[in-house]
Design a protein around this ligand. Structure first.
Ligand code: PLP
Length: 450
């Protein structure tokens, strides 16, 4: 019950924030979020914001679902913790693993749990290398990823990621991880058509595998739609060509579904929307709608069988945490029984796509891209030339601040504005989102011309 300024002072004095220059935060004061319901956040001064980011792309079910709180409380009373090491297990982890095997495409039938996406991707690094060693191919170690990808913040997962500003801060990437270019036509396509560019970028995978040698490559990892890189929806030609390349080569494909999973693209998984059949999927975020920290790797029959006689010396205290598992299971039940994933696919995502496209007419917007409930706007000083701003990030920051002033949370990635709203957003709330985004673009543009 302290006043906002006091909370901000305590926060600045004692709380180190992720992805933040903390001195800047001390000068400005963090926004203190107090409560939330549906798609709405309320701050400590009573201001309300439409959360078009679902927190950090995770509150798929929306805020304030008391069923999840009740399941958590009941599970805490019955069995608040037990581990899944050394041949022990418990009902919530069993039930969740079984449900995930049902939902995941193809023969992805086996789940290794973690407490989030970074841990799950660290698991994947160890898992694919251990798998190949168990097949008598210990030299198959290299993992190919993409520039500008985000796969987490631990040393392993940030090495999988292609964010150079992260690599520079931590002597990364760790050995055996290499990056190819991303399929980002608007920024990097030059004179090529999107289709030509998609094929060219996909073929970099074949070239990289051939350069390293197929006998040394363990896996390729990618998000179906690159999220934190700026919601990069690839040209239609990209994934079919990647699939063709993977089908001809014996390497594993890891789809990072941390953002794309659990309804975000209008199907349970982005791999279904993009017609992909991964060997491993990374999951987190929407698995519990962010109500509990939980993630994991869903693994195919082939990979699980290939590992089954090897002790996999890897695991986390909170692998399959009973409370997180029970909450995730309840989240999946509600997403399913209330038809939320289906409604995104058939109703609200097509409606959002129609409305989102209108923002491309704004003078500041070079392209408006969207897939399901994840969208992006490229801000530009010159639409025809697809030109970047001279000072990268200034326009994004101006529009982001204008969003807050207009009661909307959108994220800026450099000069790309991105959204990923809760999947329960209604058509009326979508109209409001578009109206507020338009006002924020107008205000941002006015700020830039000052
Ligand atoms: N993978 C992707 C695609 C992500 O977007 C993220 C987080 O944003 C992660 C992995 C890391 O997940 P976590 O923050 O739960 O460790």
């Amino acid at each position: 019950h302290l006043p906002t300024a006091e909370l901000q002072a305590l926060d600045a004095a004692h709380h180190m924030h992720p992805f933040t220059a903390n001195a800047e935060l001390a000068a400005k004061g963090a926004r203190v979020i107090k409560s939330a319901s549906g798609v709405w956040l309320t701050d400590s001064d009573g201001n309300r914001y439409l959360d078009a980011m679902a927190g950090l792309w995770c509150v798929n079910l929306g805020y304030g679902r008391h069923e999840l709180a009740e399941v958590a409380a009941a599970q805490m009373r019955e069995l608040p913790y037990y581990n899944t090491f050394f041949q022990t297990t418990h009902v919530p982890a069993i039930a969740l693993a079984e449900r995930l095997a049902e939902l995941a495409p193809g023969d992805l039938n086996h789940v290794f749990f973690a407490a989030g996406g970074s841990e799950a991707n660290d698991t994947n690094i160890r898992l694919v290398r251990t798998y190949w060693a168990a097949q008598g191919k210990p030299e198959k170690q290299v993992i190919i990823s993409r520039k500008n990808a985000y796969h987490g913040s631990s040393m392993g997962s940030a090495s999988l990621g292609g964010m150079t500003y992260m690599h520079e801060q931590g002597a990364m990437p760790i050995p055996g991880i290499v990056h190819i270019d991303q399929p980002h036509w608007w920024a990097e396509g030059g004179d090529m058509s999107p289709e030509e560019f998609g094929i060219a970028r996909a073929r970099q995978l074949a070239e990289k595998i051939d350069e390293i040698g197929e006998d040394k490559v363990a896996a390729f990892i990618a998000e179906p739609i690159q999220g934190a890189g700026g919601v990069i929806v690839p040209p239609d030609s990209y994934w079919p060509e990647v699939k063709r390349i993977l089908a001809e080569r014996d390497i594993l494909f890891i789809a990072d579904e941390v953002i794309c999973g659990f309804g975000r693209t209008g199907n349970w998984f982005g791999s279904q929307t993009l017609d992909l059949q991964p060997d491993i999927m990374t999951i987190a975020k929407g698995l519990s709608s962010g109500y509990q920290p939980i993630g994991g790797s869903i693994v195919s029959d082939r990979v699980a069988e290939g590992l089954s006689r090897t002790e996999f010396n890897h695991g986390y205290t909170y692998s399959g945490h009973p409370v997180a598992s029970a909450v995730a299971l309840e989240n999946l039940r509600i997403l399913d029984e209330e038809g939320i994933v289906e409604r995104v696919g058939t109703d609200t995502a097509p409606y959002l796509a129609e409305r989102w496209a209108t923002l491309a007419e704004h003078p500041l917007v070079g392209e408006a891209r969207i897939c399901g409930m994840m969208g992006s706007l490229a801000l530009t000083p010159d639409k025809a030339a697809r030109a970047p701003f001279a000072k990268v990030g200034e326009a994004g920051m101006a529009v982001r601040e204008a969003c807050f002033a207009n009661g909307l949370v959108m994220r800026a990635v450099g000069d790309r504005m991105i959204i990923s709203p809760p999947l329960i957003i209604s058509r009326d709330e979508i109209d409001l989102l578009i109206a507020r985004a338009t006002m924020a673009l107008d205000d941002g543009q006015a700020e830039l011309s000052r």
